[in-house]
Ligand binder design. Structure first.
Ligand SMILES: [Mg+2]
Length: 223
């Protein structure tokens, strides 16, 4: 873990990484996606859920599957699925403090929209710590874990992968980063869709508490 204190770039996934999966924020997005598919394809919610799951595994995101198979409007999809209630989210002062102490460039890298990312980080009170939000539009709608958006992000911010860390809850999204030379941190969880491949060798570190993990790194710097 010692090596992490010298990192100069910190890339964070958003959903279920910067806030806990237990908040059920993403569960709402998941339901909105089913509703969107149901309305768009004129199928029941149960059928929509099956399509959603199939697309997620085959195309890495539901949106990508919908784009490839149904010629939908990506922006309309993003607006619809992120139209959720996050009023209950509380400020995360301890996470904010550890992010503040963390030296280097901090970037959010999400398969979702910038608007949703901003809504969430403003609500949690950590917006001020980030230099950029690299969203699915910046990725030309090519989602993680396809290599392309990782390369694009690295280029945009002049990132040296050897001095960079990626933190994510979906294990497979860590693989391209690892192959580029980044250090990878997996937010441990037992969601089958996120934990698949979690025992693979492209994971450098695991944690079930991001704030505690960052705290350990920040303490190394003081010592
Ligand atoms: Mg996530």
């Amino acid at each position: 873990m010692k090596e992490l204190q010298f990192s100069k770039f910190w890339i964070f996934d958003l959903d279920n990484t910067l806030y806990s999966g237990k908040t059920r924020v993403f569960e709402q997005i998941d339901k909105r996606m089913s509703k969107y598919i149901s309305g768009k394809l004129n199928v029941s919610i149960v059928e929509a859920k099956e399509i959603q799951k199939r697309y997620f595994y085959k195309y890495n995101t539901t949106l990508n599957g919908m784009l490839k198979n149904h010629k939908i409007d990506a922006n309309e999809f993003l607006e619809f699925v992120h139209d959720i209630d996050i009023d209950f989210l509380k400020k995360d002062l301890t996470l904010s403090e550890e992010l503040r102490k963390l030296k280097g460039k901090k970037i959010i890298f999400t398969n979702g929209s910038k608007k949703h990312a901003l809504n969430v980080i403003r609500k949690i009170g950590i917006e001020q710590h980030f230099d950029d939000i690299f969203d699915i539009v910046d990725s030309n709608f090519v989602p993680k874990p396809t290599m392309e958006p990782y390369k694009k992000l690295v280029e945009k911010h002049n990132i040296d992968p050897n001095l960079c860390v990626l933190i994510e809850d979906i294990a497979r999204n860590l693989k391209p980063a690892y192959e580029m030379g980044m250090k990878t941190i997996w937010i441990e969880n037992d969601e089958p869709w996120a934990a698949k491949f979690s025992d693979s060798d492209f994971i450098n570190y695991k944690t079930n508490n991001l704030m505690e993990f960052l705290k350990q790194i920040n303490l190394l710097k003081v010592a």
